[in-house]
Every structure is written in C-alpha cells, then in structure tokens.
Design a protein around this ligand. Structure first.
Ligand SMILES: *Cc1c(COP(=O)(O)O)cnc(C)c1O
Length: 390
C-alpha cells in the first residue's frame, strides 16, 4: 500500500527546535516565559493589532472573547453556519443561543444580505445579538468591508474566527484585524502550528488584559489565592510558543506552497472544465488574498456524468488519499437543531457538492501525481460507463 496522503499535516521548519531548546536550557517549562512574549509580539506586528494573548487553543480564545463581550445566558450571538463546530460551541458554553447565518457563493462566508435581514429583525424585536462570529473558511477572507459596515449600523461587535486564515488579507489588512476581537488557531492541521494552541487579538488592551486574567485562573491581587471571578486554565505553554516562533518564521513559505497547490489543482481542473466538465473552486474576489489553507472543489453532478463528491471521496480513499466533504452547516447539525437560522441554500449546496483535497505545504510532486492519476482514472471509468449506457 502507498503511504497515506493526508489533507494537511504539520510542516516543521529549521528553527522550532532552537526555540524549544531555549525553553529547556533556561527551564522555562511553564505557561509563562520569553517564547510566549516574543510569539505574542511577533503576531501583533504581523497582523497589525496592538494586543495579543497566546492561548491553549482557538476554542479557548473564542470562549474568552465571548466572556469579555459580556455574553450571558439567554443572550443571542450570530454565527456563520458554514464552519467547524468550535466556532459556535463557546456560545453554548455560556448558556447563550446561536443564530446561524448562511454564506454567499463567492467567498463561501457570511452573506452580508442575510446578516442585514437578521440584524433588522433582531433590532425590531429589541434583541440584538451580543456579537457576530464571522469565519474565513479555508483561509478565504469573508466580505469584511460590507459585513463590518452592516454590523456597525447596529452597533454589534464582530468576533472574527480567523482560525484558518493566518496570513490572509483584504488589500493590506490582515484577517484578524477586522473585528473588535479575533481568534487564531495553531492546531496541528492549520497552516502554522504549535501542536495545539491559539490566540486572541484585539486593539482593546483592557479587554485583552481581562482575557489574560481569566485565562490564568482569575487570581486576585493578594498574597494568598483569592478569587472574585471564575477563571480558566487557558494559557499556552512556553515550550509550545517556541514551536510557534519557528513556524512564524516560515509562514510566508507555507502560504506560497499552499497557494501553489491551489494553482496546480486549478490548472488541472481547468483542463477538464474546458472539456465540458464543471469543477468549481473558491475564487478570490478582487483585492482578496487567501492563504489557501485547504483547496476545495465543488462537483456539480449534472455537468459531471452524475459523478458526486462522495464517489470521488471513496475512490480516493481506496488509493489511501484523504479527502473530506466541506463543513456540514451548523444549522444542519443535530446538536444545533433547535436554534434559529437565516439560510439561502448556499452552505447546504457547498456541503453536498464540495470536497477538500490534500493541501499540505509539504505535498510532493509525487503526491500530486498520485492524486491527479487517481482522479483521471475515476473520470475515465465514468466516461466509459456513461458512453455504454447511452
Ligand atoms: C480549528 C478551528 C477552530 C478551533 O481551533 P482549536 O485551536 O482547534 O481549538 C475554530 N474555528 C475554526 C473555523 C477552526 O477551523
């Protein structure tokens, strides 16, 4: 059996061990230390925000952001439906209620028109949400300029879930610098990793200070342990921050490699599209720059001999190549069944037609050949059986 080709695997550079080694040499094997401080500073500089708290995960960062945004039981929080469940879970941790908003077809992220309708209705009921969680799916920036304008009309803060979008931007503004708060993830499958980790970013220093206080067990200033708040243990380890420092140094290389993957797939599928097939991809609107964390295709069965994303996924699996359907919309998840939603069919279509392809920055030419050979074989088989059927 051939080696497995995975969707996205960690890709370590040459400096991670150096920074981790420094943590060991100086005995900073702790949830505080110089690697963390340096990692936070470098991230802040890259994204252009004034304050960053490195945390144990993206999920922890979302949780703390919602606490700092004063989300309480029975409040509502708007959330993009087309995303990973971790975007919405922290809303429920707090006893608040998500309202799911569908996507538009260009970027696959929150639809500004639906957001406006949802906000207007909420406003009329005098129940505006405490926050709007907007996601940059697969690294593609959402239409932040329009979304931000609409949110500000109603005075509702934006929490950007930029977990997948480190290094993505619109013109010169980085994802992570559009919302009142934003979140990154450095989980092992993301474009850069600390093995597990995350960050909360904001230009509001007081709020980030509050988040740090809550992330470190909410210890009051006293010679003994005294608590007037419920705290959490959400810090990033200084050892892991060392991995992050090494990864930040190669971020641009990783983005270049992922974008090259996308372009390679695009050229490959364009060849089929010019023969009458239809394999669509996530295109960058003018001025948008995606880090291309994952390359995805949409397979429209009517234009592709009845071929579906599921048939392709199973055929790839037989060749030990991992592919995965796009996000199952949160409004279709059993656990979120009872919550309100504003839908337009886009995320449901993305889910039924979409497939994430192997997209690691360490994908080799040989891997790519295996992937395209496998796809060629599927299409050939389908073309043959359809010709016979006709
Ligand atoms: C990965 C991810 C998260 C969660 O980040 P963790 O670091 O794994 O907790 C949240 N939202 C989105 C969109 C993600 O892709």
């Amino acid at each position: 059996m051939n080696n497995r080709i995975c969707l996205s695997t960690p890709h370590i550079g040459s400096k991670e061990k150096f920074f981790v080694g420094k943590a060991f040499a100086n005995n900073w094997i702790a949830p505080v230390g110089p690697n963390i401080e340096s990692f936070e500073k470098k991230l802040a500089k890259l994204i252009g925000v004034s304050h960053v708290a490195a945390l144990s995960s993206g999920t922890a960062a979302l949780h703390l952001a919602l606490i700092v945004l004063n989300v309480k039981p029975k409040d509502t929080v708007f959330c993009q439906s087309f995303t990973f469940t971790a975007s919405a879970n922290p809303i429920v941790y707090l006893g608040a209620e998500p309202v799911f908003i569908d996507s538009e077809a260009d970027t696959w992220n929150m639809d500004p028109d639906l957001l406006k309708i949802a906000l207007e209705e909420a406003n009329q009921k005098n129940k505006l949400p405490k926050a709007i969680i907007i996601v940059h799916s697969f690294g593609m920036p959402a239409k932040m300029i329009q979304l931000r304008m609409i949110a500000s009309e109603y005075g509702v803060p934006i929490l950007e879930d930029a977990a997948e979008a480190v290094g993505s931007r619109i013109e010169d503004t980085h994802c992570g610098n559009f919302g009142e708060f934003s979140v990154f993830s450095f989980n092992g499958n993301k474009i850069i990793t600390t093995s597990s980790g995350g960050a909360l970013l904001s230009n509001n220093g007081i709020c980030i200070q509050k988040a740090r206080f809550l992330a470190t067990q909410a210890k009051d200033i006293a010679p003994y342990y005294q608590h007037t708040n419920i705290g959490y243990n959400y810090s990033l380890s200084n050892v892991l921050a060392g991995i992050g420092l090494g990864q930040l140094a190669v971020l641009n290389d990783r983005i270049a490699a992922r974008r090259a993957n996308f372009e390679r797939y695009q050229a490959y599928f364009n060849k089929y599209n010019s023969m009458g097939y239809s394999f669509q991809m996530q295109n960058e609107p003018e001025g948008f720059f995606s880090n291309r964390w994952l390359t995805c295709i949409l397979i429209e069965p009517n234009n592709n001999l009845g071929l579906t994303s599921d048939i392709i996924r199973i055929a790839f699996e037989k060749e030990n190549i991992e592919t995965r359907p796009l996000w199952k919309p949160l409004h279709q998840q059993p656990i979120f069944e009872s919550y309100a939603r504003y839908t337009n069919g886009v995320s449901e279509r993305l889910f039924t037609q979409g497939l994430c392809l192997p997209s690691g920055s360490n994908l080799t030419d040989l891997d790519f050949d295996r992937i395209t050979n496998c796809f060629d074989a599927i299409l050939e088989k389908y073309a043959q059986c359809c010709t016979i059927a006709i």
